[in-house]
Design a protein around this ligand. Structure first.
Ligand code: NAD
Ligand code: UGA
Length: 465
């Protein structure tokens, strides 16, 4: 079937950019992105591109080009479902916070609501595409709900997980390593797969579009994230050993990464991985494995998370130790709050947890991040529930000028690898700080030798200070 009308439910970090690129590359397809969140849709429709809800390099140009032509953002979910031949479900699937599977399994409440709404509203045959990251066999539940809707409509359910990384979403969507599409092997299933292949084939070579059965596709997404996160936890584990042995983790990463079987990517030691997905997806993998009684499999993957939690805590405790075992009343400047550079997303950012540890030690924190606004920093801390909103506001401040944020600080902690931090006037920052002026570089971003020559005491990850 030639697709001319697409709807995407969920206008978040995945739905927005993914649909903007489809609209850009396929001008003959009408793409409507819908969301229950009115403020989010209004922001996508805002003429001032600085107000877009998702910051991604290059995205505002893509949206400006397609919006109003064949890309639309709306809160009228029913209408968009009714009109579409193909519906992407791109809603959030966070870790459950209640009941069975609490803290481990994915909360599929929003997925199910979408399926029920599609079943209720649809008047013609439709292809449903799972774009959200889902536990393996979720398509079975979606099919069940659609099948028993009693409206004689034929639904095909495909799995088409998204592999974009935030901060490089536009580049990743335009030039992906692969696109994965899982579907049924029935003739109808194959036709549905082919419809989606044709859309991507407008700009992605056929050999990079991989088709599998639904379950392999669903599971591959969880496994891809687990493997990526595992590499970070592996190098972070080695970073702690490096700090004890005078080996340098950057040199070790380079040495092992040049082995073509290992490869150089995702070997950057850090304060710990963050982001909305790695932890959630691994916890989900662990939960699924445990639910099948696969204890060793579950324990193996859980260790990736345990190591990551350890790395965040270790970074915070090291700051306390190096500041003479007390940070009570001391000012510590945070450079960066986002979970990685080039995004305004702070979900599960390591900075939140490092801040929480330091606030428990009664530190006074000041934060600067080029893309994260003050209310987000407070929302992240309030969400943890470690202390009251008033207490959070009394002990952490957010500034718009990095030099002011660092002024009078006992120490600086680099939590996000924003490029601009490298180009600061570090002599000026040094002059404004209390001495000894200490820097804890959680991203191995700054030139430690240069900083030492200015007078800073520098502690990087995975190198002996
Ligand atoms: P998000 O929270 O940014 O966006 C989800 C949106 O869905 C929200 O705006 C929410 O209001 C909306 N929504 C929820 N239920 C709805 C409903 N019933 N009707 C209409 N709108 C509804 O989430 P995200 O980061 O875009 O992630 C979405 C999915 O994609 C998740 O499963 C995630 O694991 C996966 N994923 C995310 C990334 C990423 O980089 N963020 C990458 C790959 C995959
Ligand atoms: C990750 C995956 O890379 C995407 O393929 C996937 O689609 C996405 O999750 C998802 O499912 O949500 P993302 O979380 O946006 O993308 O960003 P990454 O570049 O993977 O970084 C994740 C975290 O790991 C960041 O905190 C980053 O700073 C950290 N990281 C990354 C390291 O500490 N070291 C590295 O070498 C690489």
């Amino acid at each position: 079937m030639q697709i001319t009308n697409i709807c995407c439910i969920g206008a978040g970090y995945v739905g927005g950019p993914t649909m903007a690129i489809i609209a850009k590359q396929c001008p003959e397809i009408k793409v409507t992105v819908v969301d229950l969140n009115e403020a989010r849709i209004a922001a996508w429709n805002d003429q001032d591109m600085d107000n877009m809800p998702v910051y991604e390099p290059g995205l505002s140009d893509v949206v400006a080009q397609a919006r109003g032509r064949n890309l639309f953002f709306s809160t009228d979910v029913d209408k968009a479902i009714d009109e579409a031949q193909m519906i992407f479900i791109s809603v959030n699937t966070p870790t459950k916070t209640y009941g069975s599977g609490k803290g481990m399994g994915a909360d599929l409440k929003w997925i199910e609501l979408c399926a029920r709404q599609i079943a209720r509203v649809s008047k013609s045959n439709k292809i449903i595409v799972e774009k959200s990251t889902l536990p393996v066999r979720t398509a079975e539940a979606i099919k069940d709900i659609l099948q028993y809707a009693g409206n004689d409509i034929e639904f095909q359910v495909l799995s088409n997980p998204e592999f974009l990384a935030e901060g490089t979403a536009v580049e990743d969507l335009l030039n992906p390593d692969r696109v994965l599409i899982g579907g049924d092997s029935s003739p109808e299933g194959k036709r549905a797969i082919e419809s989606l292949v044709e859309i991507y084939n407008n700009w992605i070579p056929r050999e990079r579009i991989l088709t599998t059965n639904v379950w392999s596709s669903e599971l591959s997404k969880l496994v891809a994230n687990a493997f990526l996160a595992q590499r970070i936890s592996s190098i972070n584990a080695i970073s702690e050993l490096c700090e004890k042995t005078e080996a340098d983790v950057n040199e070790v990463a380079r040495a092992i990464g040049m082995d073509s079987r290992i490869g150089p990517k995702f070997l950057k030691a850090s304060v710990g991985f963050g982001g909305s997905c790695f932890q959630k997806d691994i916890l989900n993998l662990v939960y699924i494995s445990r639910s099948f009684g696969l204890t060793e499999v579950a324990d193996y993957w859980e260790q990736v998370i345990i190591m990551n939690d350890h790395q965040k805590k270790r970074f915070a405790l090291n700051i306390v130790r190096k500041l003479y075992n007390t940070v009570s009343g001391k000012k510590i400047a945070f450079l960066g709050w986002a979970f990685k550079k080039d995004t305004n997303d702070t979900r599960e950012s390591a900075a939140i947890y490092v801040a929480d540890y330091l606030l428990n030690e009664q530190a006074e924190l000041r934060v600067y991040d080029p893309k994260v606004v003050e209310r987000q920093v407070y929302a992240d801390l309030d969400y943890l529930g470690s202390r009251t909103a008033e207490q959070n506001r009394a002990s952490i401040g957010v500034g718009a000028d990095p030099y002011e944020v660092c002024k009078g600080a006992h120490a600086i902690a680099v939590l996000t690898e924003w490029d601009e931090f490298k180009d600061y006037d570090w002599e000026r920052i040094y002059d404004g700080m209390l001495k000894p002026a200490k820097i804890f570089d959680g991203r191995n971003l700054l030139d430690a030798d240069k900083l030492r020559s200015i007078g800073f005491i520098v502690q990087s990850i995975g190198t002996k200070s």
